[in-house]
Design a protein around this ligand. Structure first.
Ligand code: SDX
Length: 435
């Protein structure tokens, strides 16, 4: 612990303990503030407020650093796999060969969903957004596993739920896609690895077996590793919030999927491509969209730009941008949208508005280019983000549930409404100006 801070309120001086993290991040421990001073803090959007101590992910927004359990993201992309990173995030260490084999086999074993669930998919209209389907289906998984809904799951029950979710959410995503294109559902094959099975379920048809393209599979592996966790972002904080009531993991993840759907968060990857396509249709007129983004009277934001934490280039965007060049080159794809993205980035990064506000491309700016190269439709992009982020959500839920003395999350507020007033009988209310 560092030297306590001092807070002077109404002539009294209070000592506020200071918490110091592994990388010397400092925080004021205000857990006793209300009890000792009767004051609370107010921080809309929580830009200055830590909700927890966590050992999972470290981000340095100024230096553009991202590490999972101490391992740098670039090294994990180069030397690890998404399945191994799932284990690392959730259990805290890189798995031994024996642990990894056991983990992968359990995930493979849970690759089927209850046959009853197939009718759920066909009950949705074809135009249903797959994020709506995914969040509903993940919560519905709880119906088929009542034995895993205990508010205080044993380690074995937790492991069972974790491997079931990791395996089945991939199936739910692929089935949602198949529903949207009116094709038959495709089951996993025992011989395929985690991501090859996902691509198989997405693109195999009764007429043609999808053969995994290693360039695509590796690019997807890297994309999922890059999306796997990002500390207390909106959707992860949602998973923690819901889980803090001791709601089960299925319900907590379903809530996280809903939070991720928003265009300010995971929904941005879909919005980026829609924006780039609009710019392309507008003759590549970047300046018009840069001016719109700068116009305070225009709600338009440059999608895929800016970040609450990164005030430097998002290290994930840098890696994805490089993969775009590599993968499209290897696949012989020329995607004009990539050129539009690069041109837009170049203009934005030389514009004082973006420089002053430290607005750089974030993880969503280039990811859609790779998903397009994989023939993933735009409305599935945020589903892809959810599949990547699933291990991070699970890791944070588990870390919170296992924390001694875990309490339900319940923020405070400052009330600014009407003071006490008497009830007005119906016939004495006169006429109100419309509220
Ligand atoms: C993700 O939190 C995470 O970790 C999220 C994530 C993860 O892995 O989980 O990294 C994934 O959600 C990435 C972000 C994807 N969203 C977008 O790309 C949408 C576009 N970006 C913005 O909406 C915005 O940058 C946010 C939401 C990402 C961050 O918002 P903040 O931190 O609340 O910043 P802000 O809105 O207060 O912006 C500060 C200033 C404002 O201008 P001023 O009022 O100071 O004049 O910068 C401006 C904003 O208007 N600004 C932008 C902008 N982003 C911020 N102006 C134009 N275009 C933008 N994209």
């Amino acid at each position: 612990m560092a030297e306590a801070a001092k807070l002077e309120l109404e002539g009294k001086v209070y000592e506020i303990p200071v918490i110091v993290g592994t990388e010397q991040e400092k925080g004021l421990d205000i857990s006793r503030l209300k009890a000792t001073t009767d004051y609370i803090t107010v921080d809309p959007g929580y830009a200055n407020t830590g909700s927890c101590l966590s050992a999972i992910t470290y981000i340095d927004g100024e230096k553009g650093i991202l590490r999972y359990r101490g391992y740098d993201i670039a090294e994990l992309c180069e030397k690890s796999t998404f399945m191994e990173v799932c284990y690392l995030l959730i259990y805290g260490e890189l798995p031994t060969p024996e642990q990894y084999t056991k983990f992968k086999d359990k995930v493979l074993r849970h690759s089927l969903i209850h046959e009853d669930m197939k009718s759920f998919f066909t009950s949705y209209p074809g135009h249903a957004h797959p994020m709506a389907i995914l969040s509903a289906m993940v919560c519905s998984l709880s119906v088929y596993h009542p034995e895993l809904l205990a508010p205080d799951p044993s380690p074995e029950e937790m492991d069972e739920t974790i491997t079931r979710l990791l395996s089945k959410v991939r199936v739910l995503a692929a089935f949602a896609y198949k529903r949207s294109v009116g094709e038959a559902f495709v089951y996993t094959r025992p011989k395929l690895d985690y991501l090859s099975n996902f691509l198989h379920m997405m693109f195999t048809t009764p007429m043609e077996q999808y053969e995994t393209d290693e360039v695509i599979r590796k690019a997807l592996d890297v994309l999922f590793i890059l999306h796997a966790d990002h500390e207390q972002n909106c959707s992860t904080s949602t998973v923690r919030m819901v889980g803090s009531s001791k709601a089960n993991l299925f319900a907590s993840i379903s809530a996280g999927i809903c939070a991720l759907w928003g265009p300010l968060h995971g929904g941005a990857n879909q919005a980026v491509i829609e924006m780039l396509e609009a710019i392309a249709a507008d003759g590549g007129n970047y300046k018009k969209y840069i001016d719109k983004a700068k116009d305070k009277n225009d709600p338009f934001k440059l999608m895929g730009f800016g970040h609450r934490i990164y005030k430097n280039y998002d290290p994930r965007a840098r890696i994805i941008k490089k993969y775009c060049d590599d993968v499209l080159g290897k696949l012989g794809i020329h995607d004009p949208i990539l050129e539009i993205a690069k041109g837009l980035e170049e203009v934005a990064l030389t514009d004082p508005y973006f420089i002053e506000r430290k607005l750089y491309p974030n993880v969503d700016f280039y990811s859609g280019i790779l998903y397009r190269a994989m023939n993933i439709p735009t409305n599935m992009f945020t589903v892809m983000f959810a599949l990547g982020r699933l291990p991070g959500w699970i890791a944070h839920w588990k870390e919170m549930i296992e924390e001694p003395g875990m309490r339900i999350a319940r923020p405070r507020q400052i009330y600014t409404g009407a003071p006490l007033r008497k009830f007005i009988p119906f016939n004495q209310r006169g006429t109100y100006a419309e509220p």
